[in-house]
Write a protein that binds this ligand. Structure first.
Ligand SMILES: [Zn+2]
Length: 394
């Protein structure tokens, strides 16, 4: 353990300083201080540093820091991180904004998600700066936890940051993720006829009718589950390949126990195959909805609310292959390649045509977004070393 701590001394000291700045995405107060810290540490390593801010009308600073190591290579690798964190919430046994070391773990809000990513990315740059085969750009943005539009989205779409291969350092240390599922969200509403609960025969109860509609949707969910991606699902999944999923996640309606309400609603979240076109998936859902909407009394509507396209980087891409080979050097055998079941910021890169993988220090059990978030010290070393192997001259 002492040896391990010596090997990651730089990463731990940087992580400590990062955690001590409260960069709560809801308050957005620590952004400038945190960006300044990252900028200083990048300069110490000899990186060229640029800071970009979308300067929104609300006057809040949202600085994104980009540190570049230019070794004269024709190829540039992007390491994408974020420095905002979700609020700590209640019930911590350790101070959320201080680094606590215990049992081979480092605790603190953002210890895993995603301040450790900044620490290992700079740590890797420190080791390879005189011996790199690629140029490196390290991106550290805010606003990831609220969708990334004004962080990584702004850097890629508006500033026009370019590189040849990207690594979203905001993911797990035991798989190399090459894609993420697209998302379609929306609402189904049933309009009935309001009335007295003592006289249900005079009303049309939208609560009952909606529940019948949701039952009918089991068929559609089964149909979606039959769909298979070309990409493997992460280890531990119930299916070998990434599959289609749909969940009803919110439910509402009614004002009082003795009043049959006039309407009831539910919201859904449909997860697509990484390579699937969201518009096609919507069409499919509409066709199914039209086939069952008349099964019920009352009037049923469907509205789509949010759409995110998924992405899939080809597993035979030469950078993906070389990255996986770097995991072999560090771990003795190559890590599995799979697509993520959740979403990730790779879409901002994929949208620009940049091949991308996700890989990082956020192990499944690290309580990210929960209380007592931590990162394993061994993962700080391993993930940094994978980056070093990938970037250094061979
Ligand atoms: Zn994150």
């Amino acid at each position: 353990m002492v040896l391990l701590m010596m090997e990651i001394e730089y990463e731990l000291s940087l992580l400590k300083d990062l955690i001590e700045i409260d960069t709560d995405v809801m308050k957005k107060e620590g952004y400038s201080d945190c960006a300044s810290l990252i900028k200083e540490r990048m300069k110490e390593l000899g990186l060229k540093v640029d800071v970009f801010d979308p300067n929104l009308a609300d006057g809040i600073k949202r600085p994104s820091v980009v540190g570049t190591l230019d070794v004269g290579s024709e190829i540039t690798i992007g390491l994408v991180t974020h420095y905002d964190v979700v609020p700590p919430g209640e019930g911590w046994t350790k101070p959320p904004f201080r680094l606590t070391l215990s049992d081979g773990k480092a605790y603190g809000r953002g210890a895993a998600d995603d301040k450790s990513a900044i620490a290992v990315s700079l740590g890797a740059a420190k080791i390879v700066r005189d011996d790199a085969r690629f140029n490196i750009k390290i991106l550290a943005s805010p606003e990831e936890e609220v969708g990334g539009e004004w962080g990584i989205g702004y850097l890629m779409q508006d500033v026009g940051i370019k590189f040849d291969f990207g690594i979203i350092v905001d993911s797990m240390p035991n798989i190399v993720s090459i894609g993420a599922s697209g998302i379609v969200q929306g609402e189904i509403k049933v309009i009935g006829k309001q009335g007295h609960a003592g006289y249900p025969h005079r009303a049309i109860n939208p609560v009952h009718e909606l529940s019948r509609l949701i039952n009918e949707f089991e068929k559609f969910i089964k149909m979606r589950e039959e769909k298979q991606s070309s990409a493997d699902a992460p280890p531990g999944s119930p299916k070998k390949k990434v599959w289609g999923r749909l969940s009803f996640t919110m439910l509402g309606g009614g004002i009082k126990e003795n009043v049959i309400p006039s309407e009831a609603w539910t919201r859904f979240d449909m997860r697509l195959l990484p390579e699937e076109d969201p518009e096609e998936a919507k069409k499919e859902m509409l066709v199914f909805f039209d086939s069952i909407r008349d099964f019920i009394k009352g009037f049923a509507t469907i509205t789509f609310k949010g759409t995110d396209r998924g992405y899939l980087t080809h597993p035979t891409n030469r950078f993906v292959q070389s990255f996986v080979d770097s995991t072999r050097i560090v771990f003795g055998e190559p890590l599995p390649i799979a697509a993520s079941l959740g979403g990730d910021d790779g879409r901002f890169l994929a949208n620009e045509g940049i091949p991308v993988v996700s890989y990082g220090t956020i192990a499944e059990d690290t309580n990210f977004h929960g209380v007592d978030e931590y990162v394993y010290l061994k993962d700080l070393k391993n993930v940094r070393d994978v980056f070093v192997e990938f970037i250094k001259k061979r």
